[in-house]
Ligand binder design. Sequence first.
Ligand code: PEP
Ligand code: MN
Length: 344
Amino acid sequence: MTIIAGPCSVESREQLGEVATALAGVPQVKLIRAGVWKPRTRPGAFEGLGEVALGWMQELSAELDVAFCCEVARPEHIELCRTYGIHTVWIGARTTTNPFMVEEICSALKDGGMDVMVKNPVCPDVRLWIGAIERIEASGARCTAAIHRGFYLYNNQGYRNAPMWEVALELRRHRPDIPILCDPSHMGGQRELVGQLAATAMQLDYDGLMVETHPHPERAWSDGQQQITPSELLSLIGKLPSSQSSTASSRLSTLQPLRGQIDTVDHELLRLLAHRMDISRRIAHIKQQEGIPVYQSGRWNEVVADRLGMAEDLGLEATFTKEILERIHAESIRVQMDRTDGRK
Ligand code: PEP
Ligand code: MN
């Protein structure tokens, strides 16, 4: 379990020293985050202290034997991080959204020696996220983690950035080699949500967390409402399940029989789907011979009504059933339209 913690922004030598001293003694905290250049949505807000903050990070890193990381958004930021001995950086959500900016940053990464973490893009497009990781790898730098901080949607259902966990799981499917960390602070946008989002991430087997931690959140210059204190971080860490513990592994082994049943059911579902598509191909052949159009809305409405009735009796959720039926129907139509699809 990797925990990265630290303030949204560096505000003063004292603030950074206070939080870094508190975090230095926490074994799970592997890196201290500290924003130096802040991407602000509207002009006029605090945009970070820049180079002077890097100097304090370098001094504290030697004094307390801790490592710092910060967000970079321009090639010059990489150069400055190198100058001040910062070897881990992250690409922020707004930057990941823009391949031109990622490429520019990569031009400065070519000299090697940097570990780079990539936050998800602002919009829920997993390909942009994967693309940024690939660009970084192509530059010769190491991509050491993907950070899931949620997505901006018009209706975020109470979150600052909607989690849309499925997007991060899709990333994991494509890149199982990249550790995924959850940033519950930018996801929730309020400290009351941080604990529950972190717990969900652990349920989904994330590799760690990035948590905004400030010695005095109520006085923070940015993102005060979502930051927690070092002692609140300690209690959050204490509540996380430890995947190494023997109780966790024995719990896992009791799951085995049920997981075996799930495997059997999935295999059966796939065989049934293949069978259903085979029937669709035979229907397509007859429709073609008889000149009957592929799509028959009357028949489809009957199918939906029948299956939804059955789903209700079985206790299956209606929206879920409808989505699956529509997806199967779309595939059936594709199979029927594909005249080149050879009959088995
Ligand atoms: C941050 O981590 O301080 C930050 C600005 O994050 P994001 O890129 O996720 O908005
Ligand atoms: Mn922040």
